[in-house]
Design a protein around this ligand. Structure first.
Ligand code: 4AD
Ligand code: MG
Length: 499
């Protein structure tokens, strides 16, 4: 009998098929064993009925452990209550491999415990949903650019020069010559834009920042389009179109996954053009304003209400715990971990709010926005907001200056809504040779390593622009995850290099 995957079961209703997968969950009742089986494409409930099953199948079913590998033959029947609308009635069950004492049990675990077992954690339902959405986003990005005639190109990973400032480079020894893991493919992307007009890179990038925040990885994937003859406005428009496409495709094709994650889809539905575009200077005014202070106060009281509700629920749950049945206890245990984690988060935010408030109120023109400033700015809008024209002093050496105000760089950042922070950074590039030479000197960059880059300004220099989209931050925004660590299969962060 042909083996099929769980995602293709529905057309087989009324037929006998075989599936192969792993035991996600097992529950026994009198004369019945309910198996939830996963095969990577989905989950399906398989029912073994002692009356109908062959004797050895019944024995196997009774002894199955979590994550054991199995092949199951049976009839596919319609059952609207099940995910995917089907269930399997098992006739034969073959054990492929028995898993003993799988460490990640259905009870909830802390995130550090799970991170240590990332190689197994990836089998869980949440991780399944996240990785599938990541895949969906990657495909959307490729389709978006390919449909518009962009050439995908791979920038080198080993480089001799810094792109985004020298402080965050991972240095390596390249046969006796110092070299670095790339922070960004942009400079090589600019080369390719002069040769191929519109290009994009899609590759790993590395940052040695010692910051342990929910938005920082040391290794992350970046998508960097670079376009000849694009000015800042065209660049912003392209960024808008890209983010709209990502959100719409996720809504269209990842609804099951978004539901598994409990993502509020209305937040993604409002991602439509035009986005709000505000200048850095206006963003500073907004941060300083009463409007921002009011938003914070509202947020604070919402959190206090939630805190009280959760504390009530916790007290109630512990009062009923003693009399609860075993299955109910398990559920209460899991809920307790959730409640405590959320209460910790709330306490942390409530402790930070006064700091956020005063940092926003007293933010001075000229500084770079911190994480909390970005969060506050994004709360004012229901869709991504583009902040443009930053002070040149806080931006990279390659940015073009605003012809209307020399203090400003023609840079832009896109902040995701709901406080997910900066997901895109980019801008229009300096195209004047003398200006760029002076910048390289001012930033104390090694001139020789940039000669090839300067050649772009010697031979047919044109206005051009581009940006970098951080894949993991985009995944955390679309999935509604407040930390980037679960958005990549094997996160690399300060203090984590394994598994
Ligand atoms: O703003 P960044 O540093 O810009 C550049 O690297 C430009 N050279 C891009 C360009 O114009 N071609 O980084 C771009 C994006 C950020 O907006 C963020 O989404 C992501 O990359 N990013 C990180 N993601 C995870 N962990 C980190 N440490 C990140 N640093 C940047
Ligand atoms: Mg940036």
């Amino acid at each position: 009998m042909k083996a099929v995957t769980i995602d293709t079961l529905a057309p087989h209703i009324g037929q006998r098929v075989t599936i192969r997968g792993w035991i996600h969950n097992r529950r026994a009742a009198k004369g019945l064993v309910f198996l939830v089986v996963r095969d990577g494409t989905g989950l399906v409930q398989c029912v073994v009925n002692q009356k109908d099953a062959e004797p050895d199948t019944w024995l196997t079913a009774e002894s199955l452990t979590q994550e054991s590998a199995v092949a199951i033959a049976g009839e596919v029947v319609a059952d609207a209550r099940q995910v995917g609308g089907v269930e399997m009635q098992v006739t034969r069950l073959e054990l492929i491999h028995k898993a003993v004492d799988y460490p990640i049990t259905p009870k909830a675990h802390g995130v550090e415990f799970l991170m240590e077992r990332r190689h197994l954690w990836l089998r869980s339902r949440h991780q399944w949903a996240i990785m599938r959405i990541r895949n969906r986003i990657i495909m959307s990005i490729h389709h978006f650019f390919q449909e518009q005639g962009f050439l995908q190109m791979d920038a080198p990973i080993l480089t001799e020069n810094a792109v985004e400032g020298t402080s965050t480079l991972f240095g390596i020894d390249y046969f006796g010559q110092p070299a670095y893991l790339t922070q960004s493919g942009q400079l090589h992307g600019e080369v390719m834009a002069m040769a191929f007009n519109k290009i994009y890179t899609f590759g790993p990038t590395f940052r040695a920042e010692k910051s342990k925040t929910r938005r920082h990885l040391t290794e992350f994937w970046m998508i960097e389009p670079e376009m000849a003859f694009y000015d800042l406005d065209m660049n912003m428009e392209l960024a808008e179109d890209l983010l709209c496409r990502i959100a719409q495709d996720a809504l269209k094709d990842s609804s099951v996954e978004l539901e598994v994650l409990g993502r509020k889809v209305s937040a993604l539905q409002s991602v439509r053009k035009p986005f709000v575009r505000i200048s850095y200077t206006d963003a500073v005014d907004l941060l300083n304003s009463d409007k921002t202070a009011d938003l914070l106060s509202t947020h604070e009281s919402t959190l206090r209400t939630e805190q009280i509700e959760l504390e009530k629920e916790r007290a109630h749950n512990s009062s009923v715990y003693g009399q609860a049945k075993k299955w109910k206890k398990r559920r209460l245990d899991a809920r307790a971990i959730e409640i405590n984690a959320r209460l910790d988060e709330i306490t942390e935010v409530l402790r930070n709010i006064p700091v956020w408030r005063s940092s926003a109120r007293s933010f001075e023109w000229g500084g770079d926005f911190g994480g909390s400033d970005e969060t506050l700015l994004s709360w004012h809008f229901d869709r991504p907001v583009i902040v443009h024209r930053y002070p040149a002093a806080v931006k990279a050496f390659y940015m073009k200056r605003d012809p209307e105000d020399d203090r400003l760089a023609l840079g832009m950042d896109v902040l995701a809504p709901e406080g997910f922070g900066e997901i895109i950074g980019g801008g229009q590039r300096a195209d004047d040779l003398a200006f760029l030479e002076a910048q390289i000197e001012k930033h104390q960059l090694p001139r020789e390593a940039f000669e090839w880059y300067l050649d772009l300004r010697r031979y047919g220099s044109v206005p051009h622009s581009g940006f970098g989209l951080g894949l993991e931050r985009t995944v955390s925004w679309i999935c509604g995850l407040d930390h980037v660590r679960e958005t990549i299969p094997f996160p690399r962060m300060l203090g984590r290099l394994s598994p």
